[in-house]
Design a protein. Structure first.
Length: 305
């Protein structure tokens, strides 16, 4: 526990975190892995951290492992009613929203609203949450993306976002991570156009050993990924550093942070590039419009800070 606390306080490659006393952060999926490390580091730097989790009991167990000011609130990103309830229950300013939660390479499943689970959770859930909370946000939105946005099959199929024609767990995951980066790109454009000082940035952890890989639906893929975690991956403490860097450093809007090592798999956090597909403003705008139609949630241009 002492080593974990030291890693969180120093934020490793992110450098020492500034004093965050008086600031409030929401971290989705904060009960384990990268989310827990991120929540712990922010709380130990003085922030009041809200662990936004699907399972409140697991969230409370995670919060008990954190030194600092925390609370646990229920949020199921695969259920838009839950997203709306979470946002409706928010009162007062919110300095930092970290869109961390996600699911990875699942067999074909659907959210409560009928969307493909990975696209619905990783993108649409966070899309709705961010827009509903934007009137409260004072500083920035950090969305955790992935190098998977470069994988084969990582395209936005506007005629089949649920990939019903030829579902592939890996392609569906890659699409959801590409959607994360396009979301950040278009969100920053809209914030700038509206004259808001809020920034939207993205980060990815490289290859970090977390429990996300253990939830992959294919047992062979799950076994290979767990083996890779043991042999090659960096720790979840190291994997959280790009997120923390993106959360506290003075970065331009739409920045993307990842590890500086070979293939961006591990290393110290730095600004990194993204694929051509993830940099296309036309696709980003089109995805935003489609996401508004699917979720019924719009950009609150007239209510921003």
């Amino acid at each position: 526990m002492a080593n974990e606390k030291q890693d969180a306080k120093s934020a490793r490659g992110a450098g020492p975190l500034p004093d965050l006393s008086g600031r409030t952060a929401v971290v989705t999926g904060a009960n384990s892995g990268l989310g827990l490390v991120t929540a712990r580091a922010l709380a130990e730097a003085g922030a009041h951290v809200v662990l936004a989790v699907r399972d409140e009991e697991r969230g409370k167990a995670a919060a008990a492992r954190i030194d600092g000011s925390t609370e646990v609130r229920r949020l199921d990103l695969a259920d838009l009613e839950s997203v709306r309830e979470f946002a409706a229950g928010w009162d007062g300013p919110l300095d930092l929203l970290i869109n961390n939660a996600g699911v990875m390479m699942l067999p074909r499943r659907r959210t409560r609203d009928g969307f493909e689970m990975q696209f619905g959770t990783n993108h649409l859930g966070h899309f709705a949450l961010t827009n509903l909370l934007l009137p409260h946000i004072t500083d920035r939105v950090v969305t955790v993306a992935s190098g998977a946005h470069r994988w084969p099959g990582a395209d936005i199929r506007f005629d089949d976002l649920d990939r019903t024609a030829d579902y592939s767990p890996t392609a569906a995951y890659a699409q959801s991570k590409l959607a994360n980066l396009l979301f950040v790109l278009e969100l920053q454009r809209r914030l700038t156009e509206a004259g808001s000082a809020v920034r939207a940035v993205a980060a990815h952890p490289g290859y970090a050993a977390t429990n996300l890989q253990s939830h992959a639906g294919n047992p062979v893929m799950r076994a290979l990924m767990l083996l890779g975690n043991r042999l090659f991956a960096q720790s979840d403490e190291a994997g959280a550093q790009p997120t923390l860097y993106a959360a506290v450093r003075d970065l331009p809007g739409a920045s993307y942070v990842g590890p500086d090592g070979l293939g961006e798999m591990r290393g110290r956090p730095t600004l990194v590039g993204r694929s051509r597909a993830a940099s296309d403003p036309g696709t980003a705008r089109r995805l935003w419009e489609a996401s508004e139609e699917l979720t019924g949630v719009r950009f609150p241009a007239g209510a921003l800070r």
